[in-house]
Write a protein that binds this ligand. Structure first.
Ligand code: ATP
Length: 272
């Protein structure tokens, strides 16, 4: 049975979930639909406004994210990246709280950042070393390994991602897609408990798009990602649709994609 969950404006942490075809919210429904991941990302009345003008980038939202694969879709500027940045404390909510596995991003930022790996849309914003191998080694420093262990582990990571031939090249000499896979390898090298990825396939050709999607599908970690590729969104367990800083749909991916198509008036003429 599917549970349809929607964002609420209430200041409770309980998600509002409805067994399909019911109008009554059900906590039991929520629990049955989340049997696999006991830990979660929790947004409590978390909203974001700019300073000093006070423009709302994200309306306050109450959400509990516990599924393994969660996608966030919506138009340009709807607030998807803003929502993702709240998860690792890159951005703090102007009001309310965000907690990752019980750790408040405001007061436990370092702990949160150790458990959340973040992949940016622009890979060059996280590839800072002269070569790809050194970028992976830099990422591995958080594990306090010896330099020899870091080097051999970096080699293993690059091989696992099929990019060991890029190890000694500058990221500036790589194609956009090669950079994007390298950035993903750099972040996953430390095996974060959660992967948050902002449009991780946006620069990829068909082959690499399929490779990265299959890699993400096979990860043990919880993954939260934004995408404009609706086929990719359909591979998730739960999809949030954002519009003008507000979650306008939260539920199964296929329903969410249909909702988004209607929202942007790009549903095929004569379609359902
Ligand atoms: N630091 C900031 N200061 C002011 N406005 C901002 C800031 N960051 C983002 N915005 C604005 O907030 C809105 C949401 O931005 P966000 O990057 O979250 O959108 P998005 O849904 O990820 O868009 P896209 O699909 O184009 O990547 C945009 O209008 C953007 O211009």
């Amino acid at each position: 049975m599917w549970c349809i969950c929607r964002a609420t404006s209430s200041r409770t942490s309980s998600p509002r979930c409805w067994p399909s075809r019911s109008t009554e919210p059900s906590r039991d429904c929520w629990q049955r639909s989340h049997p696999f991941v006991p830990e979660s990302i929790e947004f409590r009345a978390a909203g974001v406004r700019t300073h000093p003008e006070g423009r709302t980038l994200l309306e306050p939202l109450d959400l509990l994210l516990a599924e393994r694969r969660i996608s966030v879709i919506g138009a340009n500027g709807s607030g998807k990246s803003t929502l993702l940045r709240l998860i690792n404390g890159l951005l703090l909510p102007t009001e309310g709280t965000v907690a990752v596995h019980g750790n408040d991003t405001r007061t436990m930022g370092r702990t949160v950042r150790r458990s959340v790996g973040f992949v940016f849309t622009d890979p060059l914003s996280q590839l800072v070393m002269p070569t790809g191998r050194e970028d992976v080694e830099l990422s591995l420093r958080t594990l306090r390994l010896s330099s020899g262990d870091r080097r051999s582990r970096a080699g293993e990571v690059l091989r696992r991602f099929g990019i060991d031939h890029l190890a000694d090249r500058s990221s500036y000499d790589l194609s956009g897609g090669e950079r994007q896979i390298l950035a993903l390898a750099v972040v996953l090298a430390t095996e974060p408990r959660i992967l948050v990825a902002d449009e991780p396939t946006t620069l990829l050709d068909l082959r690499n798009d399929a490779r990265v999607r299959s890699l993400i599908a096979g990860l043990d970690q919880q993954v939260v990602f934004t995408t404009h590729n609706l086929d990719f969104a359909l591979e998730s367990d739960r999809t949030l649709v954002l519009d003008a800083g507000r979650i306008v749909f939260d539920g199964p991916a296929d329903d969410a994609v249909a909702h988004y198509r209607q929202l942007c008036s790009c549903a095929p003429l004569g379609g359902p």
